[in-house]
Design a protein around this ligand. Structure first.
Ligand SMILES: Cc1cc2nc3c(=O)[nH]c(=O)nc-3n(C[C@H](O)[C@H](O)[C@H](O)COP(=O)(O)O)c2cc1C
Length: 183
């Protein structure tokens, strides 16, 4: 493929190319208080056991709840929830109940205390297994996962920076080109 001429890019902007995993909603709880935050900076680290690494800013109210309880749920919203996801990421749970404010329904989880978000397509129950204070980086193990049975490919949304999102769309299968252990 022919690539257009290149220019220097400030390294602080490279995230826009790597970021587009789906935006997720992280629900947490500690001492009877629950919260939700919006998160884009997460990465799959393994699948058996299933581990996810996440950057959670230490100024977020969720940071303290998750660090103290060592648990959270990662919930996958679909495009119909995009406005709520932005608003949830623009306010602090220190002063409001975000489930109540954004009309989301808390559902008891099976293996962790924080509630799952009913309106989300999938919910992953996570336990904290490692915390790197220097980078505010949390490593979770997913101990239980719930997902809607349809559609097969949910319409997730992915942040590109500057207020712009990519919405998941067309799927293309190249299955026959893969080594089976890489599928
Ligand atoms: C699209 C989007 C993505 C975000 N991604 C992250 C993230 O990966 N890590 C993070 O710490 N905050 C992220 N935020 C910011 C938090 O959601 C925001 O600081 C929120 O107010 C935290 O809520 P809390 O203080 O109730 O925990 C994101 C916000 C938006 C809108």
């Amino acid at each position: 493929m022919k690539v257009a001429a290149k220019k220097d890019l400030p390294v602080c902007e490279i995230r826009r190319f790597l970021e587009p995993g789906p935006i997720v909603l992280v629900s947490s709880a500690y001492k009877g208080k629950t919260n939700i935050m919006t998160m884009g900076w997460h990465t799959v680290m393994d699948f058996e056991p299933s581990r996810i690494g996440c950057y959670i800013w230490d100024q977020n109210h969720s940071f303290g709840l998750i660090k103290a309880s060592k648990q959270c749920a990662i919930n996958i919203p679909t495009f119909d929830l995009i406005k709520q996801a932005i608003a949830i990421g623009n306010c602090s749970g220190a002063s409001i109940d975000k489930f109540d404010r954004f009309g989301l329904t808390p559902v008891p989880a099976e293996r962790i205390a924080p509630p799952l978000i009913k309106e989300c397509y999938a919910n992953f129950e996570c336990r904290l297994i490692e915390f790197l204070a220097r980078y505010s980086f949390f490593v979770f193990e997913v101990v239980k996962a719930h997902t809607a049975t349809a559609p097969k490919y949910p319409r997730t949304f992915h942040y590109r920076g500057d207020g712009v999102f990519m919405v998941s769309g067309r799927n293309v299968s190249f299955r026959s080109l893969f080594k089976s252990h890489n599928l």
